[in-house]
Design a protein around this ligand. Structure first.
Ligand SMILES: [Zn+2]
Length: 221
């Protein structure tokens, strides 16, 4: 995929994120990688207003700007850390969805309780609150992303990764939706997570492998 096309995709997904109310104002950020260049939204820009020129390219290893002139997000280390930790990651979506943020304060690991959650997200751990924008947050995220595709951030929001933007985006939507179900189930009085065996059954189903493959189809590199 060419860099120009990737910037178009970033604009599109950014608008969807704003439409779905997954962030308000200039909060949150998304990024995607082509080889050793990571494109991300410039600092202080709102998703609904972001144009292609608002997505700037930085060098994966040094963080130096290689395409564009605006200032990168203050969360640049958090984004780059995910790509440096995992070669199979080509997109990172960080949002502030209201229900997932509330669940992030409960100090829980959101383990699967529906087939969709088992197939597309697996366990979603929570990290403690860390001041945004620094190396410490980047390190905490990196530790979780090593083994998981998504992480709830206490008093902050949600981060998901994917092999492309679509996969990371649908993961974000799915987790916010699952968090709604979690809150309602808890308020009704009973929450039932899948057993390890139930989660494994889903991951061994051919139909689920096919659905997962469709989301992964479009690689950025
Ligand atoms: Zn944030």
């Amino acid at each position: 995929m060419k860099n120009v096309e990737l910037k178009k995709q970033l604009v599109e997904i950014g608008k969807k994120i704003a439409d779905k109310g997954l962030v308000v104002g200039p909060g949150g950020n998304i990024s995607a990688r082509v080889d050793n260049i990571v494109y991300m939204k410039a600092s202080g820009i709102c998703f609904e207003e972001a144009k292609e020129s608002d997505y700037i390219g930085v060098d994966l290893k040094t963080g130096d700007i290689v395409d564009g002139s605006k200032k990168p997000t203050c969360e640049i280390a958090m984004h780059l850390g995910c790509y440096l930790e995992r070669n199979d990651v080509s997109a990172v979506i960080h949002t502030h969805p209201s229900i997932a943020t509330a669940v992030g304060m409960q100090d829980v690991t959101l383990s699967p309780f529906t087939p969709d959650l088992a197939a597309l997200a697996g366990n979603v751990p929570t990290i403690k609150y860390v001041v945004p924008g620094g190396k410490e947050l980047a390190e905490e995220i990196r530790k979780v992303i090593k083994k998981h595709s998504s992480v709830l951030m206490c008093n902050h929001g949600l981060l998901t990764v994917g092999s492309n933007l679509r996969e990371a985006y649908y993961r974000t939507l799915l987790i916010e939706d699952a968090c709604k179900t979690f809150v309602v189930a808890k308020s009704l009085g009973r929450m039932k997570f899948f057993t390890k065996k139930q989660a494994e059954q889903i991951n061994n189903m051919k139909a689920e492998s096919y659905r997962k493959m469709l989301l992964k189809e479009e690689k950025h590199k």
